[in-house]
Design a protein around this ligand. Sequence first.
Ligand code: FAD
Ligand code: SIN
Length: 525
Amino acid sequence: MKSWDIIVIGSGISGLNFALRAAEKWQRVLIITKKKVAQSSTNFAQGGIAAVLSKLDDFKKHVKDTLVAGCFHNNVRAVEYMVRHGPSAITRLIELGVPFATHNGELLLTREGAPSGRANNLASLRLGLEGGHHERRIAFVSDYTGQAIETVLVEKVRKNPHITLMEHTFAVDLLVKNRCCYGVQILNSDRCENKYAKTVILATGGIGQIYGHTTNPSISTGDGIAMAARAGCRFRDLEFVQFHPTAFSRKGKCSFLVSEAVRGEGAYLRNSAGERFMKKIHRLAELAPRDIVSRAIFEQEKNGPVYLDLRHKDAKKIEMRFPQIYQKLKSYGIDMARDLIPISPAAHYLCGGIRVNLRGETGIKNLYAFGEVAGTGVQGANRLASNSLLEALVFSDRIVKEKRLRVKGRGLRVKNFMIKNRKLQLMSKKEKYLCRILRKRLKQMMWQYVGIVRSVAGLLQAQKVLEKLLQEAEKIRGAEPDTLELKNMLTAAQLITKAALKRQKSLGCHYIAFSSAPHTRSVAS
Ligand code: FAD
Ligand code: SIN
C-alpha cells in the first residue's frame, strides 16, 4: 500500500504554499482538492496582503493595528511572529513571480525566480490602505491579488516533480485513532478510498457558505472544521465570524465583493439620505475596523439602502486601479466612478478555527492546520484587513523548520468517519431536493440568528433549528459531495452557535444586543 510523506487537503494559498515548502525536503507530497485547483477563497482575494514595507512603518505599528482591530483578544506572540515575518513572505512571493504593483509600474523580476535586488524591491512597492491600518502597508496586484498569487503557486506546484495534485477529490474524513492521524478518506468521482500519510495538513479554508449572504466561493463549506470536530480537535474563537461591509447588493442579494481598498482610495459610505454616517461613528470614518463599519451599515439599512460613493474621485484613476470590479459593476449597468454603488455586509471570514500552536499542530499527532481553517489566535475578535493571506503564508512557511516527519501506523484501518460503506449509494431525486432545501434553510437561519447582530434568544432558537436540520440531513443516505458538504455546514454552524452562546458579552465581530430585532434582510435562493 502506498503511503505519502504528506497529504495536503486544500489548494488555496495555505495548502499550495505548504506543499511547495514541504517538497523542498520530502519527495512524496499529495495535494487533494475538491474542485478545480484554483477554486478557493484565495483566488477571490482583492485588496492585497499586509506587511511592513515602507520606511514610515514599523513592526510595532502593524502589531498595534492588528491588536486594536482584534479587540486585544489576539494571541500576541502569534501576531508578533506573523508581523516580523511579513516582509520576507512578500519577498518570497516576488521571487516566485507575483507581479505586485510598483510605483514606476515595472515588474520586480529580472527573470523567473530571480529578484532584481531584494531591498530595493520592497521599497519600490506601491502600497494600499484598508480599514484599521494607520499606515499604507498593503502589497497588491491591481484588484485581483489573490488570483495573481494563486496562479503563480499553481504553476510552481504543477511543475514540481515531488508534488502530485488530485483535483475533484473530496476529503471526507480524517483517519484518526488514539489521537494520531494516519491519513484521509477520500471520495473521487464515485470511488471512496483511504489515502495514508506520515503527516496530514488541513488547509480547507472557511465557512462563508453557511450564511445567506457571503463573499465566499462555493467551496467554503466548513469541511475542515467538521472533519476536525469528528476527529476530536479543539477549537478557538469560532464565534468571531467577520462580515465584510461592502458586498455589491442587488435585489437583496450580495453578488461579489467591492474591496475595502476602494474605501482606502477615498470612497465614502452614504446612507439613503445621502449622509456620510461613518464620520459620526469613528475617528477613522469609512476606514474604521470592519466590525464597526458592518454594524453601522446594518443600522443604516433599517432606513434604506447604503451606497459607496466615488463620484468625487478621478474616474480614469478609479477604472485603472480597480479594473475587475469596474467591469463587474459595468455588467450590472453601474459606472463605478459616476454612480452610487449599492452595498451591504456579507459573511466573509472565520477569525477562529481549529486550535493550533505557532507550528500548526492541532493536538492530534501528525495533523496540522494552516490558513483560514486554523485558529492561531492571530486575528483576535476581528481580523485586520489583508492579514489573512499573510497569516496563511507565514505559518505554512514554518514547515521548513521541521526536522523530520513521524512514520507509524501505515495501512491502519479506522472506522470513525462519515462514509462507512465503501459501496457508494448515490442520492435519489428526493434526497437531492431535500439537500437543497436544508441548505437554504440553514443559510437563512444563520443569517437571521447568528449574523451581524445576535441575541441570546436568537442563538437558542438557532440551536433548536440546527438540531432539527441535522436530524433531517441524517435521513439522506446518498453519499455525494453535496450531502457531505451539507452535513459539514450543519456541524460548523452548530459549533459557531455554541461558541456564540458561551460568550454572552459583545466583543469584536461577535455582537450581542439585548433586545435586537433579527436581521430580516431576505436571502435570495
Ligand atoms: P482557501 O483559499 O479557501 O482554500 C481552501 C481549499 O480547500 C480550496 O482549494 C478548497 O477546494 C479545498 N477544500 C475545502 N474542503 C475540502 C474538502 N472536503 N476536500 C478537498 N478539498 C477541500 N484576505 C486577505 O488577506 N486579503 C484580501 O485582499 C482578501 N480578499 C478576500 C476577498 C474575498 C472575496 C474573499 C472570499 C476572501 C478574501 N480574503 C482576503 C480572505 C482570504 O482570501 C482567505 O482567508 C484565504 O485565501 C484563505 O486561504 P486558505 O488557503 O486557508 O483557504
Ligand atoms: C478586500 O479587498 O476588501 C478584502 C480584504 C480582506 O479580506 O482582508
